[in-house]
Design a protein around this ligand. Structure first.
Ligand code: FES
Length: 166
C-alpha cells in the first residue's frame, strides 16, 4: 500500500528543516516525527521520506536500522527497551529481562496480545551511571530493581507513565 506523508507531517517537517543548514541533516528528527505519528517507521514511510528529503532510500534505511529507537513494525502502547550493555548487565539487567519475559509472557522483539507492551533488549542508553536502565517510550527508568519494575508495570497497566524515584 503506498505511503503518503500527511499535511501535518509536511508542515512540521518544514519547521524542523528550517533549523538545519541542509535538509538531510533533519533526517533523524523527521524519522522521530514519523514514528510519533504512526508508532513505527514502515519501509514505505522510509521511501516517502527519502523522496521528500532528496536522499537515497539506502541512507534512510541505514539510519532506521542502526538506531534501536526506531520501530520497523508496529509496537505496543509501551515499548520497554532494556539496556543489555556492560554496566546494566552487571547491575542486574538479565534478571530484569527475565522478569519481564515471565510477567508479560513474551520474548524480546514481541508484543503482548493486548497490544500494551513490546519488549526489546537494546544497546547502551547512555545512562550507565544509573544502571540498570530501561527506556519506556521516551522516558528513562533508572536504578531499577524487581520491586520498581513491578510497580512500573502496574502503573503502565493503569495508563500511568510517570518517573519513579531513583
Ligand atoms: S550500559 Fe546501560 S545505559 Fe550504558
Amino acid at each position: 500500500m503506498p505511503f503518503t506523508l500527511t499535511e501535518t507531517f509536511k508542515t512540521r517537517a518544514a519547521l524542523v528543516c528550517a533549523r538545519y543548514p541542509r535538509k538531510d541533516a533533519a533526517l533523524i528528527p523527521l524519522l522521530q516525527e514519523l514514528q510519533r505519528e504512526k508508532g513505527y517507521v514502515a519501509e514505505e514511510a522510509m521511501d516517502a521520506l527519502a523522496v521528500f528529503l532528496g536522499l537515497p532510500y539506502s541512507r534512510v534505511k541505514a539510519v532506521v536500522t542502526f538506531y534501536t529507537m526506531f520501530n520497523r513494525v508496529p509496537a505496543g502502547k509501551y515499548h520497554l527497551q532494556v539496556c543489555r550493555n556492560v554496566s546494566c548487565h552487571m547491575a542486574g539487567a538479565p534478571g530484569l529481562l527475565a522478569r519481564l519475559r515471565e510477567k508479560l509472557g513474551i520474548a524480546e522483539g514481541e508484543t503482548t496480545k493486548d497490544g500494551l507492551f513490546t519488549l526489546s533488549a537494546v544497546e547502551c542508553l547512555g545512562a550507565c551511571g544509573t544502571a540498570p536502565v530501561m527506556q519506556v517510550n521516551d522516558t528513562y527508568f533508572e536504578k531499577l530493581d524487581a520491586g520498581k519494575l513491578d510497580a512500573l508495570l502496574e502503573d503502565l497497566r493503569h495508563g500511568r507513565l510517570r518517573a519513579i524515584g531513583r
